[in-house]
Design a protein around this ligand. Structure first.
Ligand SMILES: [Zn+2]
Length: 223
């Protein structure tokens, strides 16, 4: 990644959205965030029954999910059967990002009605906003995240998203670039969460130390 003006603006949009939706703990509950923003979220099965669209047609649009205007409302339809909770979380927030960015409107009822080059730009924009909604990285800094695994657990990420976001995190922490995000408002809204996370982290470190010291039996320590 590079810290562009676009990234900073999208980070602020994510921060505003989280603050206005009273999100002060992580992982974010994507369905709650959608509801707070007037977006209806439903699964493929239910949408198939209500709209009379065969399930196969929905799966042909996307294996994961999509957003659209349906009866004048923004709606997100997603595939419950995807096994990774982190991936489902990403999908719903990615579709919410399209809606927040105005990528669907009266003229374009879904993203597939956009010209291909416009759509490509919109997909990239939605991906950046999704990253900032799912894992606002200044939160990771205050939580003293030390590795990819901790980042994954803090924000409820898929393995792939954790790998990419940890790379972004390292980049932003280097040369104190992360300070350019000016993240005080969001950080100030989560004091309880930070305390609970820190306690959990300390507990884990203590357990790790204990298991190193206690677990091996004499037999196991023999060459
Ligand atoms: Zn998309």
């Amino acid at each position: 990644m590079t810290l562009t003006q676009q990234y900073i603006s999208l980070y602020h949009l994510a921060e505003q959205t989280l603050l206005q939706s009273n999100i002060s703990a992580f992982p974010v509950d994507p369905v709650r965030l959608c509801k707070k923003n007037g977006v209806l979220v439903t699964g493929y099965e239910k949408f198939s029954v209500v709209s009379g669209t065969p399930l196969q047609e929905l799966l042909a649009i996307s294996q994961d999910g999509f957003c659209m205007r349906y009866q004048e409302r923004p709606v997100i339809v997603y595939n419950h059967d995807v096994s990774s909770p982190g991936r489902k979380r990403w999908t719903v927030l990615h579709e919410l990002s399209h809606i927040l960015l105005g990528h669907i409107d009266q003229q374009h009822l879904n993203i597939y009605e956009r010209r291909q080059d416009v759509r490509r730009r919109m997909e990239a924009e939605a991906d950046i906003l999704t990253k900032c909604l799912i894992a606002p990285l200044p939160v990771a800094l205050v939580c003293h995240v030390r590795d990819e695994k901790e980042l994954r657990s803090l924000f409820g990420l898929s393995a792939e998203a954790a790998q990419n976001l940890y790379r972004d995190y390292r980049y932003l922490c280097a040369r104190r670039r992360i300070l350019a995000l000016d993240a005080e408002p969001l950080l100030a809204s989560c004091p309880r969460f930070f305390m609970e996370w820190r306690l959990k982290q300390l507990e884990l470190s203590r357990e790790q130390r204990r298991s190193i010291l206690v677990t091996p039996t004499l037999e196991e320590l023999k060459d």
